[in-house]
Design a protein around this ligand. Structure first.
Ligand SMILES: NC(=O)c1ccc[n+]([C@@H]2O[C@H](COP(=O)([O-])OP(=O)(O)OC[C@H]3O[C@@H](n4cnc5c(N)ncnc54)[C@H](O)[C@@H]3O)[C@@H](O)[C@H]2O)c1
Length: 454
């Protein structure tokens, strides 16, 4: 029962908890302000000139988003498939030079930074070469295809003193900033349990992308695509639906767990790797020759909490990250964030005493109320209200994430998601797959920098 006449954030229960009550609700639309902090005039000499390596679906999205970021200019695009040169030009600039060979981009002295949005198995090679060529790098998630790839990339970035941003854009979102603020404030109390999911129910969600009619070996540099993977005859299914195959991607873990893990690490300031992971799941529906399951659930052990993640390609449940604390529950669901307090005020035990004779029960209740006189006189009891935060309509964190990177390129200040953060999150994905495919506990060995069987 909500009393509108009460000015404090409160709900009221009559008696000693017998009446159910709902909490007041407050909804705040967050202001989409961060870009304005980057928007202060950037002098032409401070313009960051970048090129994009890999201009497929994501590469084009990133190019479009880059148009909203002040003080940057796309000066080159690179892809192995000629039609994607055209798509990139349509996305960013009609006359931008295009090439199939990323080394030609890295050789250019007028390129300060590169965006790497290739398939995952090519991230290592391109990022290591880019660092060696003195470029700062925005590399798409998941940072690594293997544990070894990730550490090679960390070494390359640090050796060359380059700025690296990994592309889990959620960590630059105004919603996650609010979630972190609430988590850090202690409002949730201690949080021992975090659960998250990312579920879809469509062919596109299961990566069954159409093959374009001009997909042939004249238009696609198939051998360059196979670099770092086993040799095979030309197969457009592998090129366009690469996420299904272990030679190039990491399935659901690399595609979607990585966003959840990055979000959880960001909100909880956990820049480490889970100690152990166990997975279950299966390939139930999308049996098209793929290597990966269409359902995976993974249980992670971190030093201070446990995490359960799920990705299911057989039901459209959307995405959620839930933080279940002693004092409150915080749920990030799509574009909203809800904080719901737990009622932790003292109450008489009200379950087991109903197995007592009435006399003992009454005595217990009487004593309890004597020992706990508040909240007299009318048993008004105050809890925090339920609060919901939402992003404004059309809000997209990608320009924020890019702006964070390009600003760092200019200022040499740290980014929000550097190579160590990205590597830790990606290893969470590798732990999940290791546990799934080996049907065993996956244990992270930090000394050996390896996953071992538990
Ligand atoms: N952050 C996100 O939300 C998000 C969303 C989608 C994809 N991604 C990531 O972006 C990356 C690309 O995914 P996508 O969906 O765009 O794949 P895609 O298949 O549409 O595009 C990848 C492109 O990379 C090109 N490529 C591969 N190796 C190359 C090389 N050596 N030189 C130049 N080009 C090369 C390919 O020709 C291809 O066109 C992946 O790492 C993926 O996980 C991130």
């Amino acid at each position: 029962m909500v009393h509108g006449s009460l000015t404090r954030r409160e709900f009221i229960r009559a008696g000693t908890g017998a009446m159910a009550a709902s909490a007041a609700r407050k909804v705040t639309v967050l202001e989409s302000v961060p870009l304005s902090s980057y928007a202060r005039a950037v002098s032409p000499s401070d313009t960051v000139r970048f090129a994009s390596i890999g201009t497929g679906v994501r590469g084009c999205e990133l190019l479009q988003a880059s148009l909203h970021v002040p003080g940057i200019e796309c000066v080159g695009v690179c892809d192995l498939y000629d039609s994607r040169h055209e798509a990139a030009r349509e996305a960013v600039k009609r006359d931008v030079p295009a090439t199939r060979d990323y080394r030609r981009i890295l050789d250019r002295r007028d390129v300060d930074a590169v965006i790497v949005a290739t398939m995952d198995h090519q991230h290592r090679k391109v990022v290591v070469d880019a660092c060696a060529a003195g470029k700062d790098v925005y590399c798409e998630k998941p940072m690594s295809h293997t544990v070894e790839d990730g550490f090679a990339m960390v070494d390359a970035a640090q050796k060359a003193n380059r700025i690296i941003q990994i592309g889990s854009q959620g960590v630059s979102s105004i919603l996650y900033a609010k979630a972190k603020e609430i988590f850090d404030s202690g409002r949730l109390g201690e949080v021992f349990m975090i659960e998250a999911y990312s579920d879809r129910n469509s062919a596109s969600g299961a990566w069954v992308y159409p093959i374009p009619p001009d997909a042939n070996q004249q238009r696609i540099d198939w051998n360059a695509f196979l670099d770092g993977a086993p040799k095979r005859p030309f197969d457009p299914v592998r090129f366009f639906r690469w996420r299904c195959f272990a030679d190039y991607g990491e399935g659901l873990a690399g595609d979607l767990f990585v966003h959840l893990i990055s979000g959880i690490h960001f909100v909880t300031s956990t820049n480490t790797i889970a100690q152990r992971a166990q997975s279950t799941g299966g390939l139930f529906r999308w049996k098209d020759g793929r290597d990966f399951p269409d359902l995976i659930e993974t249980f992670y052990e971190y030093p201070n909490f446990r995490v359960v993640l799920r990705c299911n390609l057989n039901n459209e449940a959307g995405g959620l990250i839930g933080f279940y604390g002693i004092k409150g529950t915080m749920i990030i669901k799509d574009s909203t964030l809800t904080v719901r307090p737990q009622d932790t005020r003292p109450q008489p035990e009200s379950y087991s005493i109903y197995g007592w004779p009435a006399k003992l029960r009454d005595e217990y209740l009487k004593n309890w109320h004597e020992e706990n006189p508040s909240p007299a006189p009318r048993d008004f009891r105050v809890v925090e209200e339920v609060e919901t935060f939402a992003t404004p309509p059309g809000y997209d964190p990608v320009p924020d994430h890019q702006a964070n990177f390009f600003n760092a390129v200019r200022s040499r200040k740290p980014v929000v998601e550097n190579e160590v953060f990205g590597n830790n999150a990606a290893i969470g994905c590798h732990l999940a797959n290791y546990a799934y495919f080996n049907k065993s506990v996956a244990v992270w060995d930090p000394g050996a920098k390896k996953i071992t069987r538990g």
